[in-house]
Design a protein around this ligand. Structure first.
Ligand SMILES: C[S@@+](CC[C@H](N)C(=O)[O-])C[C@H]1O[C@@H](n2cnc3c(N)ncnc32)[C@H](O)[C@@H]1O
Length: 297
């Protein structure tokens, strides 16, 4: 894929966005990149509160955010805008915030042409104003540090599924914004195989790990559950009636999948993960039945 495979479009809701002409998908359709990044990822994850929740034993410990599918960097930039707001509110004088956690964003991307295209068209996206240097430095040096020193932004290029296997044990996320293309064109990113690797990485942190994504597909939710996560109904955002919240801890879900969902799952004909053929069917059924989220049902 190259920068010529993208174009600036206006969505049906009147937002300026980017269309990938090869897979024919519009980014953050229809509300546009900025609203979706903020509604679905930044606000729903309560990023602001998480940054303000400093551990007294380890106040300098950064909050690690995995930005899966960096793309045009809307989600990462929304997180950066949010964090700068937190740091400035806490110490407006010099923009340093002793009472807030630093933010360490780790962005994953296997094709940087979308970021290059976004940079070339930065004037179409007000949220990029002032961050062109950050985006350039991410592309060139694979990292950027904010002038206040509180935000580090790192890029891990390559296929997410391979990169996290190489990285296992070295960095564990607290929060994950999971935003690949949709399962119909980017199936491999929504598989049990991929989520199992992701779950293994979460073992590296003692804090609960939360993930937010736009897909509500049953095979996706089933794959998260089978990988060992707990899964909840995510908030409606934009024109989406529902999204998905995933966590390593049942108590941190705002609205866990419930007995009604479990009943529907048992009757569903499209319940299994997209890569179910790589597993023994009965074993997957047994694992779902034994899942602690539904054991009481
Ligand atoms: C919907 S776009 C992401 C939009 C982006 N989050 C934003 O805020 O602008 C999906 C992105 O995921 C990337 N992607 C897809 N499969 C991937 C993989 N296996 N590893 C890393 N990145 C991947 C695509 O190249 C694309 O840039």
């Amino acid at each position: 894929m190259s920068i010529h495979d993208f174009e600036i479009v206006t969505t049906s809701a009147g937002a300026v966005s980017i269309r990938n002409k090869v897979v024919n998908e519009i980014m953050h359709n229809p509300v546009g990149p900025w609203q979706e990044a903020n509604d679905l990822y930044v606000r729903q994850s309560r990023l602001k509160d998480r940054l303000a929740a400093v551990s007294p034993e380890n106040p300098d410990k950064p909050l690690v955010l995995f930005d899966v599918g960096l793309g045009a960097a809307s989600n990462a930039l929304a997180a950066i805008h949010c964090a700068l707001g937190v740091y400035q509110t806490r110490d407006p004088g010099n923009s340093i915030a002793p009472q807030a956690r630093p933010l360490h964003i780790v962005s994953f991307e296997n094709n940087l042409s979308l970021l290059e295209f976004a940079l070339q068209n930065a004037s179409a996206f007000p949220h990029m104003t002032g961050f062109e240097t950050a985006m350039r430095s991410l592309l060139k040096d694979l990292n950027w540090k904010s002038p206040c020193g509180m935000i580090t932004w790192e890029l891990r290029p390559g296929d997410f599924r391979q990169v996290i296997q190489q990285d296992a044990g070295t960095v564990a996320p607290n929060l994950i914004f999971f935003d690949p293309y949709s399962p119909s064109v980017n199936r491999e990113m929504w598989t049990l195989d991929c989520f199992q690797d992701l779950f293994r990485i979460t073992a590296g942190t003692t804090e609960p790990v939360s993930l937010f994504t736009y897909s509500v597909a049953t095979p996706v939710r089933t794959a998260f559950l089978l990988a060992g996560f707990y899964v909840g109904f995510g908030q409606p955002t934009g024109l989406k009636l529902e999204t998905t919240e995933v966590s390593t801890c049942l108590e941190s879900l705002a609205n866990p999948l419930d007995a009604r969902w479990w009943e529907r799952w048992q009757r569903s004909h499209k319940q299994m993960p997209y890569d179910a053929e790589n597993f023994v069917h009965q074993d997957l059924v047994n694992r779902m039945t034994a899942h602690p989220q539904f054991r009481l049902n």
